[in-house]
Structures are given as structure tokens and as C-alpha cells.
Design a protein around this ligand. Structure first.
Ligand code: HEM
Length: 522
């Protein structure tokens, strides 16, 4: 065969070095894929070359467990995987280039949440763009975050302040009862979510900004801003796990965040200025008036060197964290009341007994004398924790020992609280809704007992837990005292879950309501 003929018909044969290079690269790539495909924990773990092997699924060679997180119930999928890999104490996995561990049992969960090594949080792009790295939940572990925790423990969520807002909480509860009653008089059934969400938002707005909003008036724009923020914080953003995709902003998250931040800055900035004016006019006197969260931060802005944008971030985060969790939990509880009429009746009997057959409205002071009602809330937190993966993960700031393994700095750690609260190892009949279990054996839910820690634990435990519980207990008592919750249609309630920023009911609860106490509605 002449060289000309070869060149014409087999050009590649004349380039043996390039061919060999292609083949070598392909073989290398192939070996790499095989190596990653069998590496416990997948790509991100394979790249660390750590000598400690943690069991876990390799997942997809490039994207890892991305499909789990883009699904609606990642807590269930992760619980199943932890069982399959016998990795309940600690399981490793990757999402893109992010290294994760997850604990599905109380011992290692306590180690993770209690360790200073995990006192940081990984900051998602959306949180950063929404300026939440200056708010308590995402601020890095350090002096600034410690100051915010101090302010929240001593001032924002002090028992005195929680009590001071008791009157408004009660008003919100009565408004919700009235709203439900009006809705029922116009329709065959009610969808409860919107009312609960608006009640909760209004309550947080009063506590944080000292302002109340109408169900259908000026609250609508605010509600839209909050919903947009939830969506942006809850969305699975590819840029968080594939840094190279960051600049492309394929999902438009950055663009939407920037648009929302402008609106939020204008909205909250105006409220802060109004509060400053009240000081000038003498309407608010430092040290004498009991103010809202804005007042607290303005009182302390010099001592703690807080800028206006710091205050906006802290205040806006409270709206996000405080509204959704409370409304969602109440919706789950009401769903349970519809499904379990005998439990509902028992709680109503307890309330009637205390209030003299409902001759007066139940109030915040009654809650300590309603143990069964409190058990219902605990059981709902066990079965339907609003943050099944404790919402926001932790980040290892240095190498930390968990169980028998050293976890390298930069690893994201999660706790699967849902897996723990649904495990037969720790709970009898975990799939049964049985508030009575807590009458027999009480369990602390504030973070000391990791069998049930829906508010997290350790240094970054939820600072709003007492305030959240005060609202949930009171509103549940009010909604049960005044109204009977009954099934609509075929009587079934769909308990399917959907994890966004919090774990919501996939199908919003729709039911019928029958008034119980007429005067409570007036
Ligand atoms: C049912 C109600 C609530 C639930 C289930 C809940 C749950 C949680 C959880 C699981 C965490 C993470 C804890 C950890 O990492 O150990 C958290 C953090 C947080 N929560 Fe809550 N929460 C609730 C209500 C509230 C309320 C009412 C507020 C404020 C108004 C609030 C503000 C916060 C903040 C600021 C953080 C971040 C704390 C930090 O990182 O230092 N939460 N919450």
C-alpha cells in the first residue's frame, strides 16, 4: 500500500502517537470511573484519599447521590441506604464534589451536634446571596456568631419577651379560628395551610418588627417575598456542589436572589428607620419600653458593632425560620386530629375540663396544665419533624473524631433525625401515632436526648424553640377548643411528605370544621 493511498483512506494510521495518547487517556478515565464506582462514599471521598474508610454508597460516579436530594423524601432514601450499608452510626456519601457524612443513631448524632469541630455551617449560594452569612443560622463560628447567640439568649428569646407577646399570640389564634369558621360557612371544606401560614407569619412579624398585617391586605406582598425566599433557600442548587457551574447560574438562583435582596433591603430598611424615628420622638425609651426584635438590635447596635445590613440579615432570617416550621407542624397535627378522632376528643376533654366546659377562652397560662396536648405535639414532632435532616447541616472546621472514625475538615455533616425517630431500636411501634407514649415515659425534646431532638442540639440548637412551642401549644389548644376537625370526602388523609426547606404535607390538608364553642368565635 502506497503512502498516498494510506493518507487518503486511513489518515489515523499515520498518527500512531496521538492514537496511543487517546487510548491511554480513555483507559485511565475508564479505570478512574471503575475506581470511583466502587469507592465507599463516591467521588468526593475518593478524591480525599483518606485512610479512614467510612461505609457508604458510591452513587453515580460524577454526580453522587444527587438524585436522592432532588427527590421529595431524601430523609427516607438516606435512612434506607444507611440500613443497607450497615452505616447507621456514620455513612459517607458524595453530592458532586461535596463530601458528606450522615448519622442515623443518637450516639454519633450527639457527637456531631455537640462538637465545636462541627460548629460551622456550609453556606449555600442562595444563603450567601440573600446575605444570610451575616445572620445567625449561617454566620461562621466565631466572635460575630457568638455575639448573635448571646443577644438571642439574653434578649430576643428570653422568657420575659416570649411572655410579653402572649397577648398577641392569643389574638392571632382567635383570628385563625374566626377565619376558619368564615371559610367553612362559605365552602364545603377548608384548606388549612394558608390560614396557618398567615397566622404564623403575622405572629413572627409582630415579634420581630412590631407590625401586624391583614389576611388579605398589605400582607400579600410580604407573603410573596417570604415564599420566594423559602423557595430559593430550599431549591437544590447545582452550583453548590459543582463550583465550575457557579458562574453559569443555570437555574437562575443568583439572579432571583439579587432581585429579592433589593426588595427585602428596602422593606426591612424602612422598618428600621421607622423604629429610629420612634426613639427620636420619645415614643420608645431605651431601658423602659418593651420593644420588638428591631428595638433590641438598635439598643445593642453600638455595643456589638452591628451595621444596618447585619440587622436586616438577622431580622429577615427570623421571619424565614420562625414562620414555616410552626405552620407546617400545625398542619401535620391537624391532619393527625382528623385521622384520629379519639385522640382529638381526649385533648378537647382535657381543655374543657380545665376551662370549665369552655366557659372561657384557653390561654397561654393554661398550657402547663394540658399534659396530653403537649404529648400530641411531641408525638407530631417525632413522626413529622419539620427538619427531618435537621434542616441545615454542619461543617467540620478541623479534623474531628466521630465514633471510631476521623472526619476530615471541610466535610459536611448531617443528622437524620427522621431515621432515629422512626427506628424500632429506639421507639416501640414507631409507625403508630401514640401521644400516650410520652405520658408513660417523658422524653426531653429540647436537645438533651438525641432520640428526639427536632430542634437540634449543642451550640447551634434552635434559639427559637421555646417561642415556636409557645405558639404551637396555644394555637392547637385554641383550634381544638373552638372547632372540631372532621374528614372531608372519603375520609382519607394523604400523609405523603415533601421535603423542601421544611418537611411539608405533599397534598395540603383539606377537611371539614364544625364549631364547638360558639362564644369563642365571637
Ligand atoms: C417548630 C418550630 C421549629 C423547629 C422544628 C426548628 C428547628 C430548627 C433546627 C433543627 C435547627 C438546626 C439546629 C442545629 O443545627 O442543631 C434550627 C436552627 C435555627 N432556628 Fe429553629 N426551629 C423552629 C422554630 C424557630 C423559630 C420560631 C425561630 C425564630 C423566630 C427559629 C430560629 C432559628 C435560627 C436563627 C436557627 C439557627 C441557629 C444557629 O445556627 O445558631 N426557629 N431550628
Amino acid at each position: 500500500m502506497s503512502p498516498d493511498f494510506q493518507l487518503l483512506f486511513f489518515p489515523n494510521l499515520l498518527q500512531p502517537p496521538l492514537f496511543t495518547l487517546h487510548a491511554a487517556l480513555f483507559t485511565l478515565f475508564f479505570i478512574l470511573i471503575i475506581f470511583i464506582s466502587f469507592s465507599p462514599g463516591g467521588l468526593a471521598w475518593a478524591l480525599t484519599l483518606t485512610k479512614f474508610v467510612i461505609p457508604g454508597p458510591p452513587g453515580h460516579p460524577i454526580t453522587g447521590l444527587i438524585s436522592v436530594f432532588s427527590g421529595v423524601t431524601p430523609h427516607r432514601a438516606l435512612a434506607k441506604l444507611a440500613k443497607r450499608y450497615k452505616a447507621e452510626p456514620v455513612m459517607a456519601f458524595s453530592v458532586g464534589l461535596t463530601r458528606f457524612i450522615i448519622s442515623s443513631e443518637p450516639g454519633t448524632a450527639k457527637e456531631i451536634l455537640g462538637s465545636t469541630g462541627f460548629a460551622d455551617r456550609p453556606v449555600k449560594e442562595s444563603a450567601y446571596e440573600l446575605l444570610f452569612h451575616r445572620a445567625m443560622g449561617f454566620a461562621p463560628y466565631g466572635e460575630y456568631w457568638r455575639n448573635l447567640r448571646r443577644i438571642s439568649a439574653t434578649h430576643l428569646f428570653s422568657p420575659k419577651r416570649i411572655n410579653a407577646f402572649g397577648g398577641f399570640r392569643k389574638e392571632v389564634g382567635l383570628k385563625m379560628v374566626k377565619e376558619f369558621d368564615t371559610m367553612m360557612s362559605k365552602n364545603e371544606c377548608v384548606e388549612v395551610k394558608k390560614v396557618l401560614h398567615f397566622g404564623s407569619l403575622n405572629n413572627v412579624m409582630m415579634t420581630v418588627f412590631g407590625k401586624s398585617y391583614d389576611f388579605y391586605g398589605d400582607g400579600v406582598e410580604l407573603e410573596e417575598m417570604v415564599s420566594e425566599g423559602y423557595e430559593l433557600l430550599g431549591v437544590f442548587n447545582w452550583s453548590d456542589h459543582f463550583p465550575l457551574l457557579g458562574w453559569l447560574d443555570l437555574q437562575g438562583v443568583r439572579k432571583r436572589c439579587r432581585c429579592l435582596v433589593t426588595k427585602v433591603n428596602a422593606f426591612v430598611g424602612k422598618i428600621i428607620n421607622e423604629h429610629r424615628m420612634k426613639r427620636v420622638s420619645g415614643e420608645y425609651v431605651v431601658g423602659k419600653s418593651v420593644g420588638d426584635f428591631v428595638d433590641v438590635l438598635l439598643d445593642l447596635e453600638k455595643d456589638y458593632k452591628l451595621s444596618d445590613s447585619d440587622m436586616i440579615a438577622v431580622l429577615w432570617e427570623m421571619i424565614f425560620r420562625g414562620t414555616d416550621t410552626v405552620a407546617i407542624l400545625l398542619e401535620w397535627i391537624l391532619a393527625r386530629m382528623v385521622l384520629h378522632p379519639q385522640i382529638q376528643a381526649k385533648a378537647q376533654k382535657e381543655i374543657d375540663h380545665l376551662t370549665g366546659n369552655s366557659s372561657r377562652h384557653v390561654s397561654g397560662e393554661d398550657i402547663p396544665k394540658l399534659p396530653y396536648l403537649q404529648c400530641i405535639v411531641k408525638e407530631a414532632l417525632r413522626m413529622h419533624p419539620p427538619g427531618p435532616l435537621l434542616s441545615w447541616a454542619r461543617l467540620a472546621i478541623h479534623d474531628v473524631k466521630v465514633g471510631e472514625t476521623i472526619i476530615t475538615a471541610g466535610t459536611t455533616a448531617m443528622v437524620n433525625m427522621w431515621a432515629i425517630t422512626h427506628s424500632e431500636k429506639f421507639w416501640n411501634e414507631p409507625e403508630e401515632f401514640k401521644p400516650e407514649r410520652f405520658m408513660e415515659h417523658d422524653v426531653d425534646i429540647m436537645g438533651s436526648d438525641l432520640r428526639l431532638a427536632p430542634f437540634g442540639s449543642g451550640r447551634r440548637v434552635c434559639p427559637g424553640k421555646s417561642m415556636g412551642l409557645a405558639s404551637i401549644h396555644l394555637w392547637l389548644a385554641q383550634l381544638l377548643q373552638s372547632l372540631k376537625w372532621v374528614p372531608y370526602g372519603d375520609g382519607s388523609v394523604d400523609l405523603s411528605e415533601c421535603l423542601k426547606l421544611s418537611m411539608e404535607m405533599k397534598t395540603p390538608l383539606v377537611c371539614k370544621i364544625v364549631p364547638r364553642v360558639v362564644d369563642a368565635l365571637e
